[in-house]
Design a protein around this ligand. Structure first.
Ligand code: SF4
Length: 459
C-alpha cells in the first residue's frame, strides 16, 4: 500500500506535493519522497517516517520547479530498506526521469533475473526499479495503432514497452524535465485520479482527498490501461496495450484502505463503506442493545448497520490518536498491551449490554480477540462481532501488505473455530455477494476480490 501524487504547472509544486502526500499519509507511513523538475534538472529529497517529519520548510523551498511527484511508502515484508524509498531517479541515454509507483508487479522477479543476466545492476529490492530498467533499456517502436505527438516520440515508446512486459498492479506517475506522465495498469487495480485548480495547474493522486487539501477539483480517473501525458502542449491520452481487460479494481480500497472522504473508482468511499454496514444488517439480524464501531476503520459500517437495524450506535470504544505505527514495543508484555494503547472501552456504555461490535475485516484475529476481551472485562453481557467484509483467505499480490496464508486465520480455521478463538458470542462476516453488491450500488463494476475468494486476475 502506497500513495502517489503529482503536480504540473505550479511554482509551489514541492509544497503542494508535500500537502498532497500529507493527505495520503494513511496509505503509507514508513517513508516518503518528493522529486521536482525546474525544466532543466530533477532534484529529489527522500526520508524515513511521516511526511511532516521528513520535509522542513527550508528543504521544500530548495526543491524549486513547476512539476513534481511524490510518494508515501508502506513497506512490505523485508522492504523497509532506505534504498527502496521513492521516487526512483534515473539518468539514461534519453535524458532523466523520476518515477513513483503504487501497486505490485507479479512478474518482477523473473524480469529482474533476465535483466541481471544481461548485465543490469539493481540498487533496491523494490519491484518499481524493474520499471526504471525496462524504460532505460527499451528499444521497441510504439505499437502500430498509436500515433504519437512529437513531444512523445522518444520517451513514450519506452514506457509502452515496459508496460507490455510487466504484469500486475501499477498506478505510476513519471516526472520528466518538462512532462508529467500518469500510467494505470490495464486492470486498474489501484486508484489514480486527475485534478485541476483554478490557476490551471494539474494534479494526479491516488485519492481525491489529496485534491481537497490544495483546493483542486477532481476531473476524472486515469482509465485502466491509460497513459496520460501533461506538458506545455496540453494533455493527451494513449492506450498502448492492445489487449483490453475487464477492470479489477481492488475492493479492499472500499472496505478499508481509502479515506472515507475520498472518491475512488468514481465513487464515494463513505457511502459504499456505510452501505456495506447496511448490507451486513440485512444479512444478520442480531438481538442487541447497542452497536459499537471499532474506530476508525469500522465506524461507517457500524453507522450503516445501526441505521438499517434500528439498534442505537454508541461510541463504546475510544481511540487514542497518539499511537503511531512507529511505536516501539521491545517487550512482549508491552506488545500485548498495544491494542489497549489504541482502544479503550467506555464502561458506562458497555456494562450490562448486549453489544454488536462492527469492524471492517478480520485478518489475523489477534486484535479482535483483545477487543472482545476488553469489552468482556468492561461488563458486556453479550458480544457479537460483525465484519463488513468476507473472511480473508488469500494473500494479496497487488500491493497490499496482507500476511501469508499461514497467518490468515480464516485460511486455517472455520468460522466457529475463529469465534471460539476470539471469545465472541457470535461472529458474522458480510457475504462476498453482499460486499460486491454494496460496492456496486452506484455503477461500480469489475472488482478484484482475490483475497476473499482466491480468484487472482493475473499471476
Ligand atoms: S487481492 Fe484483495 S487487497 Fe489485493 S487487490 Fe485484490 S481485493 Fe485488493
Amino acid at each position: 500500500m502506497c500513495g502517489v501524487f503529482g503536480v504540473f504547472n505550479n511554482p509551489a509544486a514541492s509544497h503542494l506535493t508535500f500537502l498532497g502526500l500529507h493527505a495520503l499519509q494513511h496509505r503509507g507511513q514508513e517513508a516518503a519522497g518528493i522529486a521536482v523538475s525546474d525544466g532543466y534538472e530533477i532534484n529529489l529529497k527522500l526520508g524515513e517516517g511521516l511526511v511532516n517529519k521528513i520535509f522542513t520548510e527550508e528543504e521544500l523551498s530548495q526543491l524549486k520547479g513547476d512539476i513534481a511527484i511524490g510518494h508515501v511508502r508502506y513497506s512490505t515484508s523485508g522492504g523497509s530498506d532506505p534504498k527502496n524509498i521513492q521516487p526512483f531517479f534515473a539518468h539514461f541515454y534519453g535524458g532523466s526521469f523520476a518515477i513513483v509507483h503504487n501497486g505490485n508487479l507479479v512478474n518482477a522477479d523473473e524480469i529482474k533475473k533476465e535483466l541481471e543476466e544481461s548485465g543490469a545492476i539493481f540498487r533496491s529490492t523494490s519491484d518499481t526499479e524493474v520499471f526504471v530498467h525496462l524504460i532505460a533499456k527499451a528499444k521497441e517502436p510504439p505499437p502500430s495503432h498509436i500515433i504519437l505527438h512529437k513531444n512523445d516520440e522518444e520517451f513514450l515508446p519506452l514506457v509502452f514497452s515496459a508496460m507490455s512486459k510487466v504484469r500486475g498492479a501499477y498506478s505510476l506517475i513519471i516526472l520528466r524535465e518538462n512532462q508529467l506522465i500518469a500510467v494505470r495498469d490495464p486492470y486498474g487495480f489501484r486508484p489514480l485520479a486527475l485534478g485541476k485548480n483554478s490557476k490551471g495547474s494539474y494534479f494526479v493522486a491516488s485519492e481525491t482527498c489529496a485534491f481537497d487539501i490544495i483546493d483542486a477539483e477532481y476531473l476524472r480517473d486515469i482509465k485502466p490501461g491509460e497513459v496520460l501525458v501533461i506538458d506545455d502542449a496540453g494533455m493527451r491520452s494513449y492506450f498502448p496495450l492492445d489487449h483490453t481487460q475487464n477492470p479489477k479494481k481492488c475492493i479492499f480500497e472500499f472496505v478499508y484502505f481509502a479515506r472515507p472522504d475520498s472518491m475512488i473508482f468514481q465513487d464515494w468511499v463513505y457511502e459504499i463503506r456505510k452501505e456495506m454496514g447496511r448490507m451486513l444488517a440485512r444479512e444478520f439480524k442480531v438481538d442487541a442493545d447497542i452497536v459499537v464501531p471499532v474506530l476508525d476503520s469500522g465506524l461507517l459500517a457500524a453507522m450503516g448497520y445501526a441505521e438499517e437495524s434500528g439498534i442505537p450506535l454508541e461510541i463504546g470504544l475510544i481511540r487514542n490518536h497518539y499511537i503511531g505505527r512507529s511505536f516501539i514495543q521491545p517487550k512482549q508484555e508491552i506488545r500485548d498491551l498495544s491494542v489497549k494503547l489504541k482502544l479503550n472501552p467506555v464502561r458506562q456504555v458497555i456494562e450490562g449490554k448486549r453489544v454488536v461490535v462492527v469492524d471492517d475485516s478480520l485478518v489475523r484475529g489477534t486484535t479482535s480477540k483483545k477487543i472482545v476481551g476488553m469489552l468482556r472485562k468492561a461488563g458486556a453481557k453479550e458480544i457479537h462481532l460483525l465484519l463488513s467484509s468476507p473472511p480473508v483467505i488469500s494473500p494479496c499480490y497487488y500491493g497490499i501488505d496482507t500476511p501469508t496464508k499461514e497467518e490468515l486465520i480464516a485460511a486455517n480455521k472455520s468460522i466457529e473455530e475463529i469465534r471460539d478463538y476470539i471469545g465472541a458470542d457470535s461472529l458474522h462476516y458480510l457475504s462476498l455477494e453482499g460486499m460486491v453488491a454494496a460496492a456496486n450500488k452506484h455503477r461500480q463494476k469489475g472488482f478484484c476480490t482475490a483475497c476473499f475468494d482466491g480468484n487472482y486476475p493475473v499471476l
